[in-house]
Design a protein around this ligand. Structure first.
Ligand code: SF4
Length: 239
């Protein structure tokens, strides 16, 4: 992976935001591989990809565009075994450097403190403890992060930029797949032979923690399987 350019590493937040906004305009329409490659050249070791292994295409593509790229995986303690297996495949067989980030408390410790099945009673608190805090800790050393968000994922995501400024965290946020449709993703998977989470074959279109994810029927909104039966649509990582 290329080293960080001194210019990028030394930029102030204002300068970084300007860089991100300019890059977002210039790279709109570029292939996601090109966007990741630009990020790797620009930020070097200050760049990280955050993956839940529900975005296998992004991990595959980043490994090609930026071999050695840093990847963080948030192990909430509630993942499907298939998701952990997918993480292990990409960590062991593709050129990424993956670090697993754990919550501050195990599930048992959380149960002792808040009672069992917090995800049923207060999913926002559960996500805050098991996803959001670990993400903030995992992102802290970096100035730029990559996500697998796409505009068509949800009404809350229709205006995301391919490169933008994450004002809350003071970091550049890259969404290389922002403009891709599900058809684009499917075509890439087929053309490149991307290894997918086996749950996809069982109808899991959007994959999160086991207690909060169900399979969807053909034609159903892919994210209808997340926090099904509640009004919750986001885990808090991107809000
Ligand atoms: S998705 Fe569900 S189990 Fe996972 S952290 Fe959020 S509430 Fe908890």
């Amino acid at each position: 992976m290329s080293t960080s350019t001194p210019a990028a590493a030394d930029l102030t937040d204002d300068e970084l935001r300007t860089l991100a906004e300019q890059a977002g305009a210039e790279l709109e329409g570029a292939h996601p591989r090109e966007i990741v490659a630009w990020a790797a050249r620009t930020f070097g070791p200050d760049l990280v990809l955050a993956s839940s292994m529900g975005d296998e295409v992004l991990v595959h593509l980043a490994a090609q565009a930026a071999p050695g790229i840093e990847v963080i995986f948030l192990d909430t303690g509630y993942h499907f075994a298939e998701t952990i297996g997918t993480r292990d495949y990409y960590a062991d067989f593709t050129p990424i450097h993956l670090t697993t980030i754990l919550p501050l408390r195990t599930v048992a410790e959380q149960d002792a403190e808040h009672g069992a099945r917090l995800h049923d009673r207060d999913p926002n608190l559960c996500c805050a403890l098991r996803k959001v805090e670990p993400l903030e800790r995992g992102l802290a050393p970096y100035r730029a992060w990559i996500t697998g968000m796409r505009r068509e994922d949800a009404p809350t995501r229709t205006d995301i930029a391919v490169v933008g400024w994450d004002a809350r965290r003071g970091k550049v946020k890259l969404n290389p797949l922002a403009a891709w449709t599900q058809a684009d993703v499917d075509a890439y998977v087929e053309a490149e032979g991307v290894v997918l989470n086996p749950l996809r074959q069982a109808g899991y279109a959007s994959i999160g923690c086991a207690p909060c994810t169900r399979a969807v029927a053909p034609g159903e909104d892919p994210r209808a399987g997340r926090w099904s039966g509640t009004s919750k649509t986001e885990c808090g990582l991107h809000t």
